[in-house]
Design a protein around this ligand. Structure first.
Ligand SMILES: CC1=C(CCC(=O)O)c2cc3nc(cc4[nH]c(cc5[nH]c(cc1n2)c(C)c5CCC(=O)O)c(CCC(=O)O)c4C)C(CCC(=O)O)=C3C
Ligand SMILES: [Fe+2]
Length: 346
């Protein structure tokens, strides 16, 4: 193996009530998010005792990956570092350097392209390496996996399982609704290399939704957005899931199956914005509601990560279900291409 470690690079989340505000300040520094929005999101976290599920979910998923690596006879220590909360990527990369790691692969916990989902993880890599200095290991980020058959397959089974939980009186009259984190429309327009014409994030989300819908045999489905942040005057991707539930209800739809295709685990936006807010809105309308599980809870997720590692090391062709270009594999945080997913000024 030409690599001596795998860095699991994620978002991070608070682990107690006192962590919440400093965590939110880290997330939104320089991002132009109004304080009222921060107060609101702080309440979502405090509702769960100030503990985000994300760190535990990452640790569980990393344990599954360690077991899968061992099963496949691959000796690759797995390190955990985050953008916004402890363990911070800077500290983890310093530990890796001290452990003698010279070259490591990086698994970002997002399947997609775009500034927030891809390029910002490149910035994290660059910042962490700069903080460590000359001893910093080379860090090679793995590719986007939104169209990987194991990712699509895990979501497809989760959608089938969610449909099973609907009351039998609904029959097959449910609507399948895919959701992903909204981003500013301008950020989506700037996503991908300029020659691709932008919108890489929303196009990949739409493609993943199409693949999952096809796998479950759903002809009709919708793609909507959730967890909008930022000032109200700035346009973000729409429709919002709550508005969409209102519209479905007005159309007489009796049940919804929500598939959080934009997320790999049940972190706070999933357990609050979907399981709490969206479920309540559906209940107000008397609509049955079921939410599909996210892939990190599926054994295939560990297989997927190990497959991405093996594929990269072998220089093997990417196993994928779409015709979209393979992207996201970057070295030391350099962008995928000149001008790709550039950060917007706010
Ligand atoms: C595309 C995308 C993903 C998916 C890709 C990926 O997974 O990386 C994602 C994931 C996540 N977002 C998360 C949390 C937050 N995101 C925020 C704010 C924002 N997200 C944005 C986009 C995304 N975010 C954007 C454009 C903003 C506006 C500020 C800015 O321009 O950067 C804020 C600030 C408060 C608010 O306004 O919501 C919080 C607290 C957590 C952790 C949850 C937990 O604790 O379990 C996770 C996994
Ligand atoms: Fe976010």
């Amino acid at each position: 193996m030409s690599y001596d470690a795998l860095l699991w690079l994620s978002f991070g989340g608070p682990e107690g009530p006192e962590d919440v505000r400093p965590f939110l300040e880290n997330v939104t520094r320089g991002r132009g998010v109004p304080p009222e929005r921060l107060d609101e999101v702080e309440q979502h976290y405090q509702h769960f005792g100030g503990v985000s599920p994300i760190n535990r979910l990452n640790r569980d998923a990393m344990d599954a990956v360690r077991a899968e690596l061992a099963d496949q006879g691959i000796d690759l220590p797995v390190y955990f570092g985050n953008r916004n909360w402890h363990p911070l990527a800077e500290d983890t990369v310093a530990t890796m350097a001290a452990d003698g790691v010279r070259r490591a692969l990086v698994l970002p916990t997002s399947a997609y392209g775009g500034y927030s989902a891809c390029r910002q993880y490149d910035e994290d890599i660059e910042r962490a390496r700069a903080a460590v200095g000359a001893d910093a290991p080379e860090l090679v980020k793995l590719r986007h996996f939104f169209d990987h058959p194991l990712f699509v397959g895990a979501f497809a089974d989760a959608v089938r399982a969610a449909i099973e939980t609907l009351p039998s009186a609904v029959g097959s009259r449910h609507r399948l609704v895919f959701t992903a984190h909204s981003v500013p429309s301008a950020a989506d327009a700037a996503a991908g290399p300029p020659e691709e014409g932008g919108h890489r994030y929303s196009r990949q989300v739409a493609e993943a939704a199409r693949l999952v819908a096809a796998a479950v045999g759903a002809e009709d489905y919708d793609v909507v957005w959730q967890s909008r942040s930022g000032p109200a005057r700035i346009p973000w991707l729409e429709p919002d899931i709550l508005d969409h539930l209102d519209a479905l209800h007005a159309d007489g739809v009796p049940a919804v199956v929500v598939c959080p295709v934009g997320f790999v685990s049940d972190h706070l936006e999933v357990v609050w914005d979907l399981d709490t807010e969206a479920a309540e809105r559906a209940a107000e309308h008397g609509m049955a509601f079921a939410r599909a599980a996210t892939p990190s809870s599926d054994p295939r997720f560990a297989e997927l990560v190990v497959e991405l590692v093996r594929e990269h090391v072998a220089g093997a062709p990417a196993r994928k279900e779409s015709d979209f270009p393979v992207a996201g594999c970057t070295v030391n945080g350099a962008p995928c291409a000149v001008g790709c997913c550039e950060r917007l000024r706010r």
